[in-house]
Design a protein around this ligand. Sequence first.
Ligand code: IPM
Ligand code: MG
Length: 353
Amino acid sequence: MKIAVLPGDGIGPEIVAQAVNVLKGLQLTVEMTEAPIGGAGYEAAGDPLPNATLQLAKDSDAVLLGAVGDWKYDKLERHLRPERGLLRIRKELNLFANLRPALLYPELASASTLKPEVVSGLDIMIVRELTGDIYFGQPRGISTLENGEREGINTMRYNESEIKRIGRVAFEIAMKRNKKVCSVDKANVLETTELWRQVMIELSKDYPEVELSHMYVDNAAMQLIRAPKQFDVMVTGNIFGDILSDEASMLTGSIGMLPSASLDANNKGMYEPSHGSAPDIAGKNIANPLATILSVAMMLRYTFNDEANAVRIESAVKKALSDGFRTADIYTEGTKKVSCSEMGEAVVSALVS
Ligand code: IPM
Ligand code: MG
């Protein structure tokens, strides 16, 4: 197992360190190599995705990523900003399928801002397309019009094969779950997503056992809060998926709990927490490392086909939670508030016991 470890910026290095310890705790034969990305890449090589980092990622079976971004880079030209490094590595590795599970651990029901009865038992898989849409569509840019006024342009676009391949991922996942796919679009207004809906309907003929439904994105945002347990698999484009997955994370108590996998057509993948670099709490050892640790479990499951060790990590996380350990973001009265590294240690010791 060859893994590229890209800690990135902000809390990235702290949370990745804990995830690496958990991986080491499994005592598998892994080769891990670290490289800079995002602001760290810019500092090291003047590029948010240095060539050496990209090459390492290409040569590895999987990538473990922390997070990118810091306010101090906000003034850089757009192509030098940390986020661009992340978007480029997704594109360069063809990681078109982003899986973001929103799973509520029963111990955290009271940490959610929603009523426990609304979220208890929640288990949603958000399948977000990751290499297309308005994130990458051309033309784009800011230009000056004849009258001297500036105009910003981005282009939402999807072709049929891009929609089909992400749709297949969603249907295949649904077959292993509760056989329900909800495709989220804005087909009442946007042609791009009108095509999205048509292609999903055509594709559904290959999966007669799966119940396909459609929802406009505004309604989906509302339904996620009103009655989130109606969803099994949600499939949507890049920008809607970005927004809905942040929303869904709060159902689970904290965005600090949400792992993610970004896969190519051969299940090579990049694994990262769904949250960002949180520069405001960086270096304080208070971040929640569980999303990153759970991302390692996804890595074992999806890239290395090692369900047993994936479950071992997930069970160790459950054990740490049921033993009462909580980082600040999921702390509630009566539990034990711990630091980032203490949470990591709690998971490692739950692995071996
Ligand atoms: C995410 C993040 C990224 C995205 C940013 C950091 C570019 O919000 O992974 O959800 O928009 O995809
Ligand atoms: Mg996001």
